[in-house]
Design a protein around this ligand. Sequence first.
Ligand SMILES: [Zn+2]
Length: 316
Amino acid sequence: MKQKVPIIVFLMVLFLLAGCQKNESPGVNKESKKKISIVTTLFPLYDFARIICGDKAEIKLLLPPGVEAHSYEPKPADLIAISKADIFIYTNAVMEPWATTLLKGVASPALRIVDASEGAALRKAGVADSHEEKGHDHVGAMDPHLWLDFSNARIMVDNVTNGVISKDQANKEFYLANAQKYKEDLQKLDNDFILGLTGCIKNTFLHGGHYAFGYLAARYGLTYRSAQAVNPDAEPTPATIAQLLKLVKTSGIEYVYSEELVSPRISEMLARETGVKILTLHGAHNISKDDLAGGTSFVNLMRENLKNLKTGLQCR
Ligand SMILES: [Zn+2]
């Protein structure tokens, strides 16, 4: 991905900031008198952190609501926010390639950095297990959308929890209990996907967006095709569009999916050309301002996805 971050500007800002910051001792939050401060990049991490921490942390979602995650470029204010935080949580270097560069400019030795994907099973981009998968590039690159496999989401919850506890040992049991309960909710969600997507008439879903649902397709044995590769910035080629149109016609699917926070024009074109209908599949990278204000959760978004998948795949 293009790196346009004027990092030298960040470093200068940080250098000045470091001179102004009060010199707090590293390590555990002092007797939990003040709330721990957490900065997360993507929405799932924000949601996991707020569920684990309850009212014991101030949590900031770095991406402004409504912003597309893959094309995000950090601002100097982001560097300042991270520098003031106790914990910075990001997905991994594939999803947020800018984070590694940005963190070099953070002059906060006490900052706990959490790579939420640590220990999770990552997939290669554009490879859908034993199912047909053609036309994707990025061979060898990793698919960053690991949160859409809920077994990985549970590992991410553990990583977030460990990071939080490292800064607030006093409330360790509280965080562990919240995390345990939430992991049970994710297990229930996983089970509901397994049950809900069993016995469907169709097995193929077609997404007029980028390749975000490879993890989900693999976990539930579905065949998945998307118009774009793992990043939504590259336009699909005419050959890819022709393949997708052919797939709609030959598979007999009655719905195609559009993605959140990105123009649905590819889905609309497929619908216009073939007469299929459009449903949304939410990748949950980020959410809209209204959804954030309305308290939408990751689990809510996934339940809506299950409902729409069951409609599109003609499940019981
Ligand atoms: Zn994505």
